[in-house]
Every structure is written in C-alpha cells, then in structure tokens.
Design a protein around this ligand. Structure first.
Ligand code: GDD
Length: 238
C-alpha cells in the first residue's frame, strides 16, 4: 500500500534533512512530497541534494509563501494524479514524531481519516507557551461546540487520509489557508459520512526555526467555523 507524506516547508533548513531520513526509514512503501514556498533559507536546495540519492523524495516549489492550506491542496492533487493509497500530512519541524507514522497508517486501514490528536487523552503537548496552549485548546472546544463534529483536536496537522476521502472532496472549493484548513478538511470529510478516528500523539514544540502562526490565522479559523456550519445547513457541502 503506497503512502505519500506531504510536508509543507517554509524556512525548515535545520529540520528537513533529518526529518526526511527518519520518515523514509519507517517503511519502503512511504514516499514524501515536500512543498516549499521559496524558503529564503534554501530548504528546497537541501531537498534537491537529497533527491539525487533517494528517489522516494519529491519536491514541488512555489514562487513565494502562499499558505499552509494551499500547499496541502497542491499536494493532494499531486497524490490523486498518482497511485497513492494513503495520503498523510505532517509538519517539517519534528512537532510530529516520525515514530508515530506507523500508528496512523495502521489505524487508516480501518478508518477513512485518522487524526494524530493532542487532546484525545488529556493534553499531550510539550514545551508550548501557556498562551499558545490555551488558544489551541479552547479553539478546539469552540469548533466542537459550534459544529458538533466529534473531533477533539480539529486543528491537528498530523493526519492520514484514505485516498477515497480526498477523491470525494472538491479540492477546488477549499476556502481556508491557515490552521482553519485542518478544520475544513475534517468537517467536509465528516459531513460526507467518512469515519474519523483520533489516536493520541504527543506534540513537541519545535527546537529549530519558528512557528508561522499569526493573528490572521487565528481569526480565519474563528470565522471559518461559522461559514462552514452555515454551508452545511444550506446543504452546500454534500
Ligand atoms: N509551503 C508552506 N509551508 C508552510 C507555510 N506556513 C507554514 N508552513 C509549514 O507548515 C508546517 C507547520 O507550520 P508551523 O508554523 O510550524 O505550525 P505551528 O505554529 O507549529 O502549528 C501547529 O499547530 C497547528 C494547530 O495548533 C496545526 O494546525 C499546524 O499544522 C501545526 O501542527 C511547517 O512544516 C512549516 O514550515 C506556508 O505558507 N507555505
């Protein structure tokens, strides 16, 4: 069963090489697609260097920082044009532990969408500032309260889709670009009746590089939830 792990990057030169090595070591059936937005630190060059000795590394370069959501949409389309059975999302900065990849893949044999969840067994986050933790935790509660979607960590960026989920979502209609993108993908999958499973992971704050979180990203998520809920009521997400 072929798996594509999509890894969006913006200034991840201190992480990408080690991460790709560890991810690819998990299984021969795993390939990775790095989507780099012209990182000024030369992340793409480092990936190209690795590509010369590792055919399982793929790279798409975009001209500038165009956002996390559109990077994933580009990656999903790439996967659907090829023969991947499972498509995963993963950060480049070791917030997501490569050791957890087999756990997600294993669960994806039974469930349509598997989410590596920070909140399904208590709170499993290491080294986040308390402010960031509170925003993330209460944002998750907010999403759940408004949408009634049974997901405790709707903004998690570590997940695995069975191919059929992505085939059934109109990727050209995705509205969001920041962390709201994660909520939107889960919501669209859930509204279409796909089975979602959360499995516990530990999220560790990055040691190298910086988060790209901004106020704009938080606000986008706050209003997107209402927009999606209204679209669901109007039957626009079926
Ligand atoms: N290509 C591209 N990549 C990007 C962009 N913005 C961020 N990335 C990449 O996307 C990944 C996650 O970005 P971070 O900025 O490190 O995310 P974070 O603040 O740690 O946020 C984490 O928690 C969020 C919700 O609480 C998650 O939604 C998110 O995926 C991530 O796990 C990293 O690999 C980063 O390089 C962009 O505009 N373009």
């Amino acid at each position: 069963m072929k798996t594509l792990i999509i890894i969006p990057t913006y200034n991840e030169i201190d992480n990408i090489e080690k991460l790709l090595e560890q991810v690819l070591a998990k299984s021969e059936t795993i390939e990775v697609l790095v989507i780099d937005d012209n990182s000024p630190d030369g992340t793409a060059l480092r990936v190209k260097f690795m590509q010369s000795s590792e055919p399982r590394i793929h790279l798409l370069e975009r001209p500038g920082k165009m956002g996390l959501g559109s990077a994933y949409v580009t990656g999903f389309k790439y996967a659907l044009e090829r023969d991947y059975d499972y498509i995963m999302e993963m950060d480049a900065d070791f917030s997501h532990n490569p050791e957890d990849i087999p756990l997600l893949l294993n669960a994806a044999k039974k469930y349509d969408l598997v989410i590596g969840s920070r909140y399904c067994e208590g709170v499993n986050i290491i080294h986040w500032p308390i402010k960031r933790l509170l925003i993330s935790y209460f944002a998750s509660k907010y999403v759940r309260t408004i949408t009634r979607m049974p997901v405790k960590d709707p903004t998690s960026g570590f997940k695995c889709f069975q191919r059929k989920v992505l085939e059934n979502i109109d990727l050209d209609k995705i509205l969001s670009d920041g962390y709201a993108f994660q909520i939107e993908m889960n919501f669209r999958a859930w509204v279409k009746g796909f089975h979602i499973k959360e499995i516990p992971i530990v999220f560790t704050e990055r040691k190298n590089g910086v988060s790209k979180m901004s106020r704009k990203i938080v606000w986008e998520a706050a209003w997107m939830v209402w927009r999606l809920e209204v679209m669901k009521i109007l039957g626009l997400l079926k």
